[in-house]
Design a binder for this molecule. Structure first.
Ligand code: ZN
Ligand code: FE
Length: 256
């Protein structure tokens, strides 16, 4: 592991995230839901904020940027190109497959439209770390606001193709509610039952349930499992195209 990561609570159920390259001192915030907890964490670690990587334009991911930028005026703000105009002040606009650096660490941008049209995720290939924003959650995925469900399914498949030992950090602590829906869809999945027990204990002790791994999501996340017979059966679509199964799952979760 070449990087160091801090994960902490922002707003109601957002995560603040910092990633630090000890070789060069470069430090990035992944989104800034609100300024105070991010500035506190920077003070605690002594890290100097050099970059902000924005996943998408929703207020609960960018609301704290102006205040943080005022405190660290040299910070380099990177935003998805398709949402750059709506986000406002920024230093760089990125799109799919763009290569970035955080100090000595390589970073690759992956476009993942669905939750919003311009949503991107940030992949650190050396440490196999993914910052997924509101695209993928533990046992869940973001609401599909701005594309057909099939586009979101394609975006999820992009993430599913990463190495299975990828560590995934997400934008929200939604795990328990997601897990209840997952169990309703796949009551006989033993790995899911085991996971629910674990995350219930974690939440009872006030701990976070993230990061997760891709392997764990592939085994327990219904939205990555739309092609499984168990899920198809639960939504009553045994032979439909997998994107339709995904769309039905997403619709059911919205009403759950
Ligand atoms: Zn969002
Ligand atoms: Fe969000």
């Amino acid at each position: 592991m070449r990087s160091e990561i801090r994960q902490f609570k922002c707003l109601e159920d957002n995560f603040g995230l910092l990633i630090h390259d000890p070789r060069t001192g470069a430090t990035a915030a992944i989104d800034v839901p609100e300024a105070a907890p991010v500035l506190d964490e920077l003070a605690k670690t002594g890290w100097n904020l050099t970059h902000i990587f924005v996943t998408h334009r929703h207020k609960d991911h960018i609301g704290g940027i102006p205040e943080v930028k005022a405190r660290f005026p040299q910070v380099h703000v990177i935003v998805p190109k398709l949402e750059a105009d709506q986000i406002g002040a920024h230093d760089q606009a990125v799109s799919d497959e763009d290569q970035l650096a955080l100090g000595s660490l390589k970073v690759k941008v992956l476009a993942t439209p669905g939750h919003t049209i311009g949503h991107v995720v940030y992949w650190f290939p050396e440490d196999k770390i993914l910052f997924a924003g509101d695209m993928l959650f533990a046992m869940g995925c973001g609401r599909v606001f701005e594309t057909p469900a099939a586009i979101m399914w394609d975006s999820l498949q992009k993430l599913a193709a990463l190495p299975t030992d990828t560590q995934i950090y997400c934008g929200h602590e939604y795990t328990l509610a997601n897990g209840r829906f997952a169990v309703a869809m796949e009551p006989d999945n033993p790995q899911l039952q085991e996971r629910m027990q674990k995350v219930t204990e974690l939440r009872q002790s006030g701990a976070f349930t993230l990061p997760t791994t891709l392997a764990l999501e592939l085994a327990t996340n219904p939205f990555l499992r739309a092609d499984q017979a168990s899920i198809r059966q639960s939504v009553g679509l045994p032979h439909a195209p997998v994107a339709d199964v995904f769309a039905e799952l997403r619709a059911r979760k919205n009403k759950f």
